[in-house]
Design a protein around this ligand. Sequence first.
Ligand code: 5AD
Ligand code: SF4
Length: 436
Amino acid sequence: MTEPKKLFIKTYGCQMNVYDSERMAEAMGGKGYVQTDTPDDADMILLNTCHIREKAAEKVYSELGRYKGLKADKPDLKIGVAGCVAQAEGQEIMRRQPMVDLVVGPQSYHRLPELEAKAREGKKALDTDFPEDDKFETLKNRPKAKRGPTAFLTVQEGCDKFCAFCVVPYTRGAEVSRPAGRIMDEARELVERGVRELTLLGQNVNAYHGHDKGLGGLIRDLAKIDGLERIRFTTSHPNDMDDDLIAAHGDCEKLMPYLHLPVQAGSDKILKRMNRSHTAEEYLKLIERLRAVRPDLHLSGDFIVGFPEETEEDFQDTLNLIKAVEYGSAFSFKYSERPGTPAAERPQVSEEEKDDRLQRLQALLKEQQKALQDAMVGREVSVLFEKTGRMTGQMVGKSEYLHAVHVEAEGIAVGELAKVRIASSGPNSLKGVLLP
Ligand code: 5AD
Ligand code: SF4
């Protein structure tokens, strides 16, 4: 028997890239590749890249530089760049870094096996099309290996919102939803393979329209699958939160009480310039409606500080919005100019100002996050166990609010759901005791 070829994938960026990397590994599995966790013994290296913020392309070029020695020792080694930097830079990558054999955009990675074959013939292979064929269908025949208890499932891709700072509508293209029937099939298959919790992914997941009742309808159908215990979804836009999806947070038990709902800024002037098409007030009203149906809902958000022409007063509006919401977790970034996006043309805020605002914003978010985590002490939560802890007899899982929870428990298995009483709150996780 011949040795299987080895594939090393390095994933940058969002959860959708994590999902895409899994699918790329599966596509290459069909060609006899197995995954390896080091580039040193790989026959093929793929960088699955992200273009959302600054220096993304530079990071990719410097990472590629590190593989020069490997390629010199092993001329058969094939190197590919996938994902959003591949989409944005295209041919330029091979021009700047001639050792790259193939470049594949996020919409064409189902063509990876053909591209690899072309690269093996010594040719350069590039595909950054937005093809008509359905990449998910082409990748359907995945190996049926056992899976861990949690999985991502892409239901929607692309974005039509064109926020003034964002490259996603250009790199991932227009909004496309996968048909509900196909998602149901994939979900059932994942559950058969051991998955208990699904996170539905989309750049604008709540704009999903592959089901006649939208994302809420899809979630309610998924909830009927026996063995599937938990459903989450990310990332949402406030304007696509329809009545049924809001209601599902109150009446669909399997939908977890944690919602990532980015607002980006709290000043109406900045929101308008960001082309967000909603005001701070409208966002707060929406949160109120969600909390009316699910009072314990934990909220998470994304924030950008130092958007062009943001004043200290505008920034204070963002802090005030954060105070009004009380987030359970959040991601925050300094605005970074993305070539080709409208905001890149506007007068920029100084780097020092951005640094200072980011620090102040993160201090507030950290305080809120800690307060909400500490408030879990004494409460009963449900935990889905995902792995064994570093100490013997310790298990680690996630609560419904996405807090990491450690318990000392013999005999509990990965994939089990159990009730836990929270006993203490540490820097990044909770500790609890298993309830009978
Ligand atoms: N600069 C800073 N942050 C950005 N994001 C998107 N584009 C930019 C940019 N140009 C952030 C937004 C988005 C998250 C995924 O990344 O907050 O919600
Ligand atoms: Fe980017 Fe999200 Fe705005 Fe779409 S909605 S343009 S993905 S920030």
